[in-house]
Design a protein around this ligand. Structure first.
Ligand code: IMP
Ligand code: MG
Length: 195
């Protein structure tokens, strides 16, 4: 047997990126919350024969793989990749870079993303998925910046509500950096610009 290597970074000292601000949510807090969400989903989908976790790439990858292990029901996993048309600020104009493969007609779909910011991404993808006639469609997001919402969307399963700060870790990135952190940390934008 190989050696067991801890995947946790030292949260008090060795910050692996120079632009991190504060740790907002620890790995342990995430683990506990994901476990609770898994139990909730297990209860809610007792009668479902066709449950699909549909993740948005790439931010939801860590979340979806942890969450699925906490759901005690048969399920399938699929992914979509979408991006905003212009700039970093979400616009509501979404381009589909890669579509899901599953025919979701008649399926119970849980759309999973890392974070709801303005809400435009989830709002737009949700509308598109509803046209494909799933049996049901619910939204699950690890993080929610409620004060930034620009559209009204129902987040059925939400991990944590956070203030209006840019965050990285547990799948979330800033220009593709920071996804591998096992916790959620704020980005010090001043330090980031200099890094
Ligand atoms: P929305 O369409 O404005 O809700 O944007 C959601 C997308 O923006 C998320 O899926 C993330 O990719 C990205 N995003 C928004 N806020 C953050 C953040 O604080 N850190 C990392 N990515 C973010
Ligand atoms: Mg994303």
């Amino acid at each position: 047997m190989g050696q067991i290597i801890s995947t946790s970074f030292d949260q008090s000292t060795g910050a692996p990126y120079p632009f991190l601000g504060q740790v907002l949510i620890t790995a342990q807090e995430i683990e506990q919350r994901v476990c609770t969400l898994g139990e909730q989903i297990t209860r809610d989908y007792q009668d479902s024969e066709h449950l699909l976790l549909l993740g948005l790439l790439r931010g939801s990858v860590m979340f979806i793989t942890d969450l699925m292990r906490q759901i005690r029901r048969p399920l399938t996993m699929d992914f979509m990749s979408v991006s905003s048309y212009a700039g970093s600020e979400s616009t509501g104009f979404i381009r589909i870079d890669a579509d899901h493969k599953t025919n979701i007609h008649g399926w119970d779909v849980i759309l999973i993303d890392d974070i709801v910011d303005t809400g435009y991404t989830i709002h737009t993808v949700r509308k598109l998925l509803l046209e494909r006639r799933p049996r049901s469609l619910k939204i699950c997001a690890l993080l929610d910046k409620a004060e930034r919402h620009r559209v009204d969307i129902p987040v059925d399963y939400m991990g944590f509500s956070i203030p209006d700060e840019f965050v990285v870790g547990y799948g979330l990135d800033i220009d593709e950096k920071g996804r591998n952190l096992p916790y959620i940390a704020s980005v010090d934008l001043e330090k980031y610009r200099k890094s």
